[in-house]
Design a protein around this ligand. Structure first.
Ligand code: KG4
Ligand code: ZN
Length: 339
């Protein structure tokens, strides 16, 4: 059987990424250029800066992915690119580059849904797939639960009513004077902290709800640090808990909430298998906690490999392979979409 090699291109947020993957499984190359340093002074992603950054990085990143895979046009079967959801100006850069290559090299093109690709990254951790799965996608822009019946079919069960989990971490880091992106800096600052030192009320919502809400947690943290009303200008209250305990407790509250909701979804849907992907899935506390809680209930929790949790193009090329298999190609008129 002839192997199918796909070039993946990802530019939906602040990572410019390209990868070559064989048969949706074997990673031949993966290049990720992060713009985190360019956005750090603003404490979050600035769309104009992101678009420009992609424009500068896309050609070198794609060239390097092909070079490292030691592949050329004739070795590739097709190109996969993220078309949605994401920042329009950012998506456009990847989409235009992928279309140009597709046209110049006469290669077919598929348009990938970024969130479904995060789920595919978790499927790549498994030798064999056993659908259906409960899928949790936790990133900077999304916190959602799905019932997944194939790599391409995800029925939404619940999502966040306000902030995404990653956003709650990014905003908290900003408040605590830690650097962007907040997930890794809170993880680092809290790694030796006591997660029970300053407990936060978990936003579990109604007993059967599969939705999320993280904005209250962020406000609770603000009050812990700045006092009731969050109005004090001094950096800390005299009796504010140590930073490492605050970080560990806040991170724990988010991880615990995510884990509880996953298990709730498993119960409601009668599915004993969970897939977890997206940038926040890289978090060690979440991986440990959900892993343990699932195991105790006989549920299998499968995380994307850490390097495939945050935005990358391996997951785009991987899901692209699944789209090529069912013939869902797009033409050069294919458009990008914010949601
Ligand atoms: O999936 P991703 O790279 O981009 C989006 O599609 O949004 O996710 C980025 C988010 C950021 O909010 C970042 O703070 C968070 O993932 N993140 C983490 C970790 N690494 C990245 N959150 C917790 N722990 C981490 N180790
Ligand atoms: Zn993402």
């Amino acid at each position: 059987m002839r192997h199918m090699r796909v070039l993946g291109v990802e530019t939906s947020c602040d990572e410019t990424a390209a990868a070559v993957v064989t048969d949706g499984r074997v990673v031949r190359s993966s290049i990720v250029h992060s713009q985190a340093d360019d956005h750090a002074p603003w404490g979050g992603v600035v769309p104009e800066i992101a678009g420009r950054g992609h424009l500068e990085a896309i050609v070198p990143v794609a060239s390097r992915a092909l070079e490292e895979a030691a592949m050329d046009r004739e070795d590739l079967a097709g190109i996969a690119v993220t078309l949605r959801p994401g920042l329009l100006g950012s998506l456009l850069v990847g989409a235009t580059a992928a279309k140009a290559l597709s046209w110049a090299w006469s290669l077919p093109l598929v348009g990938v849904h970024h969130i479904h690709a995060h789920a595919y990254a978790a499927l790549m951790s498994l030798e064999e797939w056993e659908f259906p799965y409960i899928t949790l996608i936790v990133s900077g822009g999304h916190t959602s639960l799905y019932r997944t019946t194939s790599p391409l079919s995800h029925a939404l069960l619940g999502e966040t009513r306000d902030d995404a989990a990653g956003e709650a971490l990014d905003k908290a880091a900003n408040l605590l004077g830690l650097s962007y992106p907040g997930g890794p800096s809170i993880e680092e600052a809290g790694k030796n902290g006591n997660p029970d030192a300053c407990p936060f009320k978990l936003p579990l919502l109604e007993p059967d709800s599969l939705e999320f809400s993280f904005s209250g947690l962020k406000t609770a943290l603000l009050y812990r640090v700045k006092g009731p009303g969050g109005k004090r200008n001094e950096p800390d209250l005299p009796d504010a808990p140590p930073l490492e305990d605050l970080c560990a407790s806040y991170e724990h509250a988010i991880a615990r909430t995510l884990a509880e909701k996953c298990l709730r979804a498993c119960d409601q849907e009668g599915i004993p298998r969970i897939l977890v992907g997206g940038g926040v899935a890289r978090n060690r506390r979440l991986r440990e906690l959900l892993g343990e809680m699932a195991l105790a209930r006989g549920i299998q929790a499968v995380f994307a490999a850490p390097e495939h949790c945050t935005d990358n193009a391996v997951m785009i090329a991987g899901l692209g392979h699944a789209l090529f298999e069912v013939g869902e190609t797009v033409d050069l008129r294919a458009d990008v979409a914010a949601s």
